[in-house]
Unconditional design. Structure first.
Length: 94
């Protein structure tokens, strides 16, 4: 969040998906004349299929920070809440 605040100009706006803490979001959006909002969207199967095709074609490259096995979900959540993730944290199901 610190990096996001620095990147936004005064009066700037950002939309963020996937916050683990609403308190962190509010702390950022209420200080410094910058507006950060949580965005939620209804994602359809067709949307995911389209995104999958873009990834397979190399047109979109997800930024993945870490992978965790399903049994380590609490560790993955802890990592996210510490604010160290530089990309998505992926939980694998075998």
């Amino acid at each position: 969040m610190r990096d996001l605040r620095r990147a936004l100009a005064e009066g700037g706006k950002a939309a963020v998906v996937g916050f683990t803490s609403v308190a962190k979001l509010m702390g950022v959006s209420l200080r410094g004349g910058k507006y950060v909002a949580i965005v939620s969207a209804h994602v359809t199967t067709e949307d995911l299929e389209f995104l999958s095709k873009l990834i397979e074609a190399g047109k979109v490259r997800p930024q993945i920070d870490r992978h965790y096995p399903f049994a380590e979900i609490p560790d993955a959540i802890r990592y996210l809440e510490q604010g160290h993730a530089r990309g998505k944290v992926v939980v694998g199901v075998a």
